[in-house]
Design a protein around this ligand. Structure first.
Ligand SMILES: Nc1nc2c(c(=O)[nH]1)N[C@H]1C(S)=C(S)[C@@H](COP(=O)(O)OP(=O)(O)OC[C@H]3O[C@@H](n4cnc5c(=O)[nH]c(N)nc54)[C@H](O)[C@@H]3O)O[C@H]1N2
Ligand SMILES: Nc1nc2c(c(=O)[nH]1)N[C@H]1C(S)=C(S)[C@@H](COP(=O)(O)OP(=O)(O)OC[C@H]3O[C@@H](n4cnc5c(=O)[nH]c(N)nc54)[C@H](O)[C@@H]3O)O[C@H]1N2
Ligand code: SF4
Ligand SMILES: [Mo]
Length: 747
């Protein structure tokens, strides 16, 4: 039999299926990771160029193979990279499709006509950048530099952050907090004093039990996590998956708990009850490392499995059995913090309940639990100090959301709309690498904000929805055509990964570092951009670590030894946690002082009315959000999403397999496009499910336009987390509209 190493190499080349080792195939059966097409064969004359993937934020390091004609033929994983172990996921392999998608943005564009009109003319770079710099100067003169904000996600963000910082603004924000992982960072920080961060320091490789609360690893394709989970299953780890849907992970789990959506806090509290009252928790650890145990014990006294059963529909013996499994594996156990956790508005508290379970099991710093990560710590390229901004995102919050440890996108949108409360109005936007109308479920506010802005610049690679909001659209080249910052991902061991251009930028496209520098030059900020090519910055940085840039070019990845000792803590001695008490806080004075529940409380959420079903959503292994829906290679793997419907519901509505229906939500919003019905026992009868990122309405996206439905359109009821401002998106209910008359809608 082939070794796992062979398997990894072979599947990266696309020949995988036959060589899959038993365990891995069990977990990932049906995943296109292993369904590869036959590879067109290597040509020894191909040039190999190091890169790391930008199709999602796991940033796997790989090699781009370029033919003599200058065409990128293939991308494969870098064997030395601990983030991917030599293997890319189907999206990473399909990344070449971003380069050769002929729908790409090709030249700078300037709006013709009023804000809101989507007519553009081509412009030269110099005209577009001069236009932007002039507007920025006027805004600064009239309102201050702080009133220009950046919305960013991905590599481009750093260069525009630097530009705005040099210009005098720290008004920087990203959807990765309030639309993604913010609540878990708050839940863990208020408990352990540490955030989880990305990539997650979950020691899945050596875990003996992992609990996934709606975290659908396997469809959520974050590479090394999926591989480690596959290995852990091979080694006999117990997986417990809590999900109203039989996810890929659930299908490989020893226990699938098909919970009634929105009731997870009740389950978590009853697990805590069982651990404490059946004396299954780690007593020495709790004694040594935590405060507030007495209060927690009292708090959960009545949260028995029988109590939780009535709320969650999970049988009491299942709750007890699974709690025992966790305790038996402890401390090599992970109650996974999840990643996209903005669900119901009480998400920080749900995340805190998850943190509390980990605390009772002693998994923090334990092998097979959470390790202590370490990064390489690349120094910043030298530049003059930034001017001090008169106000920042904290002032934009205006006292709201006291536990927001990062800026909250939604408050920037609100701050762009004039009003009596609005003391720090935002006047101009840079948007780099985020498709706001799809990523943030506040379309009405977004549409209104745009009307009031003096400048909207969008830097993107594709003509996605956000580009239609721009005054100026700037086409970035794809990640395979540019240098970018060196990846410094903190993990068990620090590692560096290099991205350099595999080919010259196509059309008139340019890298974001170049765009930011040109604008900087026009704003007389030359001293902040003291380089001609970004390669100079990378060379300087690598040199500061005493390493050779030439070596990094040759290997693509350098793994460094840890300087801070073992990734595991000696939990037999008291550890220092970054909380006020220096201990793990089971009872949080900090939360209580701000008027929040010091320990998580279950509150019931509204339920669907008759004929409506809760809309839940997630990921498909072959797509990333809305950014890949037009990628020619990935469209081949999955061209549209479908709505998962339980057979009981399908029968009630007379729905047939593959029939197209429109969806209508509780506020009467009807989906722009119809969606295909998938009838399956894998979803509870009270919910429907769809993959996020489809239903594009830009005709310029020739492959994605009109394919499937857009979940964000149906998310008009947004449940804001009062601790940190996250936009909970799962409080929406939909019904089916059969034979919807589309004649009254624009095409
Ligand atoms: N309804 C709903 N909303 C969600 C989610 C959900 O599941 N459902 N998920 C949430 C989560 S977890 C997250 S993290 C966010 C993600 O939010 P986003 O990161 O905004 O996700 P995308 O929709 O992929 O938009 C990415 C944009 O970046 C562009 N882009 C891609 N590559 C590059 C590049 O190299 N350079 C530049 N300049 N641009 C590039 C793409 O063309 C696209 O316009 O969405 C959140 N919003
Ligand atoms: N292929 C692929 N992988 C990705 C991404 C991608 O775009 N594509 N994006 C990456 C990013 S940035 C993120 S944040 C992650 C997101 O991925 P995760 O954090 O793993 O998952 P979520 O999107 O929060 O949750 C999706 C799951 O939650 C279940 N669910 C819905 N409602 C409930 C509920 O009330 N209770 C419980 N217990 N479960 C529920 C759904 O059925 C679904 O299986 O994925 C990452 N990985
Ligand atoms: S997990 Fe896949 S899409 Fe994400 S960086 Fe790695 S290869 Fe690229
Ligand atoms: Mo995310």
């Amino acid at each position: 039999m082939k070794t796992r190493r062979d398997f990894i190499k072979i599947s990266a080349l696309g020949v995988g299926a036959a060589a899959v080792t038993a365990g891995a195939s069990k977990f990932l059966v049906g995943s296109p990771l292993f369904s590869g097409s036959v590879q067109d064969g290597y040509n020894k004359n191909y040039k190999r160029v190091p890169t790391y993937c930008e199709v999602c934020f796991w940033k796997c390091a790989g090699w781009a193979y370029v033919s003599e004609e200058g065409k990128i033929k293939k991308i494969i994983g870098n064997d030395d990279d601990p983030q991917c172990n030599g293997r890319l996921c189907p999206r990473g392999t399909g990344g070449v499709g971003m380069v050769y998608d002929t729908d790409r943005l090709k030249t700078p564009l300037i709006r013709v006509g009023e804000p809101g009109s989507q007519t553009y003319r081509q412009a030269s770079w110099d005209e577009a950048l001069t236009f932007i710099a002039d507007k920025m100067k006027t805004i600064k003169q009239n309102y201050g530099a702080e009133s220009i904000a950046l919305f960013n996600h991905g590599s481009a963000g750093h260069y525009f952050t630097h530009l705005l910082n040099a210009f005098g603004s720290t008004s920087i924000t990203a959807p990765s907090f309030a639309q993604c992982r913010g609540p878990r960072e708050v839940g863990f920080e208020t408990t352990f004093g540490f955030q989880i961060g990305s990539p997650e320091p979950t020691d899945i490789r050596d875990t003996r039990c992992m609990v996934l609360i709606g975290s659908h690893i396997g469809e959520n394709m974050h590479n090394a996590q999926v591989q480690e989970m596959s290995d852990a299953i091979d080694k006999g780890a117990v997986i417990i998956t809590v999900d109203p849907r039989l996810s890929t992970a659930a299908s490989k789990s020893k226990y699938w708990l098909p919970i009634k959506p929105s009731t997870d806090i009740a389950l978590l509290l009853s697990w805590i009850h069982v651990l404490i009252y059946d004396e299954l928790y780690n007593k020495e650890y709790v004694e040594l490392q935590t405060t507030g145990f007495k209060q927690l014990k009292e708090h959960v006294r009545n949260f028995t499995p029988e109590w939780a059963y009535g709320i969650t529909t999970i049988a009491p013996d299942q709750i007890r059995k699974t709690a025992k499994e966790m305790a038996a594996a402890a401390p090599a156990v992970i109650v996974h913090p999840g990643r996209h956790v903005t669900w119901y508005g009480d998400d920080s508290q749900r995340s805190r309940a998850i943190a509390l379970l980990n605390a009772l099991l002693g998994s923090w710093g334990a092998r097979g639990g959470f390790f202590v990560k370490e990064g390489a710590g690349l120094p910043d390229h030298p530049h003059p100090p930034y001017p001090k901004a008169a106000w920042s995102w904290v002032d934009v919050l205006n006292g709201k959301y006291p536990f927001a440890s990062m800026s909250v996108t939604n408050t920037f949108i609100e701050a762009s709309i004039p009003g009596p409360e609005n003391k720090h109005q935002i006047r101009g936007w840079f948007v780099a690498g985020t498709n706001l109308p799809v990523a943030i479920p506040l379309k009405k506010q977004l549409d209104e904000a745009i009307q009031h802005l003096d400048l909207v610049v969008v830097v993107d690679t594709m003509p996605t929805e956000i580009t239609g909001y721009a005054d100026v659209v700037l086409p970035e080249c794809t990640y395979l055509e540019r240098y970018d910052d060196i990846r410094d991902a903190p993990h068990r061991e620090p590692s560096l990964a290099l991205r350099m251009p595999a080919i010259e930028p196509m059309y008139e496209t340019k890298p974001a570092w170049w765009i930011a520098k040109q604008i900087g030059e026009k704003l007389d900020l030359h001293a902040y951009f003291d380089y001609d090519d970004y390669k100079e910055v990378l060379e300087w940085q690598v040199k500061q670590l005493g390493l050779s840039y030439e070596d990094l070019e040759k290997t693509g990845v350098i793994v460094l030894p840890r300087r801070k000792g073992s990734p595991y803590l000696d939990n037999s001695v008291a550890q220092h946690f970054k909380t006020a008490s220096g201990k793990i806080e089971l009872y949080s004075e900090n939360l209580a002082n701000h008027g929040f529940d010091p320990m998580p409380v279950y509150t019931p959420h509204p339920e669907p009315e008759e004929g409506f079903y809760r809309l839940i959503y997630g990921r498909a292994p072959m797509h990333t959000f809305s950014r890949t829906a037009n990628n020619p290679n990935l469209v081949d793997l999955m061209k549209e999403n479908s709505v998962w419907v339980n057979p009981r519901v399908a029968k009630l509505w007379g729905l047939k397999k593959d029939q197209y229906v429109h969806l209508k939500n509780q506020d009467g919003m009807i989906s722009h496009f119809p969606i295909k019905v998938r009838i399956t026992e894998r979803i509870r009868w009270d919910s429907v499910y769809m993959v996020h990122g489809f239903g594009h309405n830009r005709k310029e996206l020739s492959r994605a336009f009109g394919r499937g439905a857009n979940d964000t359109e149906m998310i008009t009821n947004v449940l804001i987390d009062p601790l940190m401002g996250g936009t909970g998106m799962r409080g929406n209910f939909v019904t089916f509209v059969l034979n919807h008359d589309q004649s009254n809608k624009e095409a």
